[in-house]
Design a protein around this ligand. Structure first.
Ligand code: CTP
Length: 448
């Protein structure tokens, strides 16, 4: 019996898939089809697959060509499958010509003609309505956002706003956006959603205007600098049935989310301490050091570490103390000790002091170390007393990592979900509350 194997995602099963399966089957007597798992697709950067793995398997089964279906879940599995299942022929569409020649060591490799004019990518684009997004602000993060958005299907950046008209025009021409304006009212026209990447102190006002204009909002961190404002904005969004999401990039990246579920499942026992550090040395006349623009470590850098702490330990905080070193009225170093009933946590932040930017989560049976820069999580280690039990985890982190938050934002809009489990309203409000407490100064000690 001649066994043939082929692999694919088979999203939104189409005629190209059916032709391919038919041709593959005709090469032998028994056809095995490998369907990629959801997590493997995400790891490979295929973030927009429409059908889940069960739906895709069912669609392949219904073609009637597959004698056996396996799930493909890791790089290198093809070699394992071919040997384990005694495969004679590996077949794949001609768009992969040459790419799988390395399998010739294990079986015959056949590239089959690809059906012209159809693909899952094309179908997804036609199927999915696109969300027209306008950007407020034209700084560094906005510049990273536009290319990232091109890898999220359903996202279309169409306009940019900056109170400085020339800035808006130059941004629009660099990124080929249709509209550039310094007029907020006309900016909102025709948009579904807004991404806010302007200086911190302008966020609240822009969010309010955008929500009042009926637009969903994705706002850069820190969304706002006090709890009441955060509560009011979330209330406004909810009353209007709109999505308001704080763009805490790390909260949305795959490795962080896996780390969180591993820790919550108890792999290091009860969490008793979280230490998160982040530093970025800056100097000169920059926004980060400008007291009038709410510069300083706690406003510039605290959002990611605080996100990690509230995600791991919750929002029921018993006590907080901050220790800061000031320069021209802004904190260039801050250490915050955050005390819970069951655990302690600390953030160590520096704009004028360099720290090791790692994250350590200590538990009753082991600890997790996410090496610097931990907020770009793509790798972490779980360590135990018995070092033989230690484990290292590696993940993909594509591009600048902004695509993950945007993908969640769009998914919330498409599915009318006003809350994201990755950063709940309560958690975002708690982070604003901690920053507010610091800015009030009552729990602060200043170093000489
Ligand atoms: N295939 C084909 N003809 C097409 C589309 C796909 O022969 N028009 C083949 C691929 O070469 C592969 C198999 O179908 O062997 C499964 O491919 P998959 O990646 O699932 O399909 P695509 O439509 O190419 O998906 P995407 O657009 O997401 O890359």
């Amino acid at each position: 019996m001649k066994k043939v194997i082929t692999y694919g995602t088979y999203d939104l099963l189409h005629q190209g898939h059916i032709n391919l399966l038919q041709r593959a089957k005709a090469l032998g007597d028994y056809l095995i089809v490998g369907v990629t798992s959801d997590s493997f697709d995400k790891e490979r950067g295929k973030l927009n697959v429409h059908n889940n793995v069960l739906e895709r398997i069912e669609a392949v089964r219904r073609t009637g060509y597959a004698d056996e279906i396996v799930i493909e879940d890791y790089v290198g599995q093809k070699i394992d499958d071919i040997q384990r299942l005694g495969v004679d022929i590996f077949a794949i569409g001609s768009d992969w010509e040459g790419y799988f020649d390395y399998l010739k060591e294990f079986c015959q490799v056949v590239y089959l003609p690809r059906t012209k004019g159809i693909s899952s990518t094309k179908l997804r684009a036609a199927f999915q309505e696109s969300i027209k997004i306008g950007i407020i602000g034209t700084g560094r993060i906005a510049r990273r956002f536009v290319p990232e958005a091109s890898s999220v299907s359903g996202a279309r950046i169409v306009a940019v706003y900056n109170p400085d008209y020339d800035e808006a025009v130059s941004f629009a021409s660099q990124f080929r956006l249709n509209r550039a304006t310094d007029n907020l009212l006309s900016f909102f026209r025709g948009l579904d959603a807004v991404y806010i990447a302007s200086p911190h102190l302008t966020h609240c006002n822009y969010i309010q205007h955008a929500l009042m204009a009926g637009k969903h909002v994705l706002c850069e961190i820190p969304m706002v600098l006090n709890k009441n404002e955060a509560e009011q904005l979330y209330d406004l969004a909810e009353s209007k049935g709109l999505v308001l999401l704080e763009a805490s990039k790390t909260a949305h990246c795959p490795a962080w989310n896996h780390l969180l579920v591993l820790v919550k499942s108890g792999i290091i026992g009860d969490v008793v301490d979280v230490k998160a550090s982040l530093s970025k040395l800056v100097c000169g006349k920059v926004r980060e050091l400008d007291v009038l623009q709410a510069g300083g470590c706690m406003t510039e850098l605290a959002s990611f570490p605080l996100m990690a702490i509230v995600k791991l330990l919750g929002t029921d905080i018993k006590d907080i103390r901050f220790y800061s070193k000031l320069q021209n009225g802004v904190d260039i170093f801050t250490k915050g000790n955050i005390i819970y009933r069951q655990a302690t946590a600390s953030v160590t932040l520096g704009l004028g002091v360099k720290t090791e930017g790692n994250l350590v989560i200590s538990g009753t049976s082991g600890y997790v170390l996410v090496p610097s820069p931990w907020w770009l999580t793509n790798y972490f280690e779980v360590r135990y007393e018995d070092q033989n039990q230690n484990k290292k985890y590696f993940y993909a982190y594509h591009g600048d990592g902004l695509r993950y938050e945007l993908q969640e934002f769009l998914s919330m809009i498409f599915t009318h979900r006003l809350s994201s489990y990755r950063l709940r309203r309560k958690e975002s409000v708690a982070i604003a509350g901690i920053i507010e407490l610091y800015r009030e100064g009552t729990n602060n000690t200043y170093l000489e």
